[in-house]
Design a binder for this molecule. Structure first.
Ligand code: ADE
Length: 232
């Protein structure tokens, strides 16, 4: 099986690359790809550092699908908590994912609806979700499965967070998950997003995010490596 793994930032990717037997690397559209395996697994791994935000994530996903023929995409990274019971260090697994910043309300749509598309909510793959839940439980990591919302915005403000929560009721927010889910949906490729909570998306996020980013990226990366070795 060919497995695509996407992290947005260097730290999210390096902690996984260190566990890989890297056979080759490529740069396409300024995205670094590392191709290899994990010891003890027959799967081929295509690890990519997409860069931040929705467009970078979508381009990266499409390259993995078109040029590297991946059978599944696993996204690793960090996220801001959108619920009081989800804390820094917890893991969120995407049951599904959607945009919180897609807005054509002026022409009559509900917020977050992608006008004239058959869905605006992209469903994670049930087998990948179940595997992620099992791996997280085995590692003793508190984990939640539900909606992840994405936008080209770092949320670090109580009012902004409340507005997103009031309408979408997500578990966490990030900047790539929905774009990866959207691209996988259009290509009929299974995906899951695995996000470790680095901050609570309120004012102190600007302090918590840089403090916890690297260690949280490692927690998510560890789970993603184990999922990649568990699926066949
Ligand atoms: N990734 C991690 N924390 C985030 C936040 N507060 N907003 C958007 N993306 C994030």
């Amino acid at each position: 099986m060919n497995i695509g793994i996407i992290g947005a930032m260097e730290e999210e990717v390096t902690c996984i690359k260190e566990k890989m037997n890297v056979i080759s690397s490529r740069k396409i559209c300024n995205i670094d790809f590392y191709i290899g395996t994990f010891s003890g697994s027959p799967n081929s791994v295509f690890l990519a550092r997409s860069g931040m935000g929705k467009v970078n994530a979508a381009i990266c996903t499409q390259i993995l699908i078109d040029m590297m023929a991946v059978d599944a995409v696993i996204n690793t990274g960090v996220a801001g908590s959108m619920r009081n019971d989800i804390h820094i260090g917890d893991i969120v697994i995407s049951k599904n994912t959607r945009y919180h910043d897609f807005d054509t309300t002026e022409i009559g749509d509900e917020p977050g609806i992608i006008s004239r598309m058959d869905t605006s909510i992209f469903e994670g793959d049930p087998t990948l979700i179940a595997t992620a839940q099992k791996v997280a439980a085995e590692l003793g990591v508190q984990n939640f499965t539900g909606l992840i919302v994405s936008g080209d915005q770092f949320v670090a403000n109580g009012e902004h967070k409340k507005a997103i929560c009031d309408f979408y009721a997500p578990l966490c927010c990030d900047m790539e998950s929905a774009a990866i889910g959207h691209t996988c949906y259009l290509n009929n490729v299974p995906f899951v997003n695995i996000r470790a909570i680095s901050d609570n998306a309120e004012d102190n996020a600007v302090v918590d995010y840089p403090t916890f980013f690297a260690s949280m990226a490692e927690i998510a990366g560890n789970i993603v490596e184990k999922i990649s070795c568990s699926i066949a």
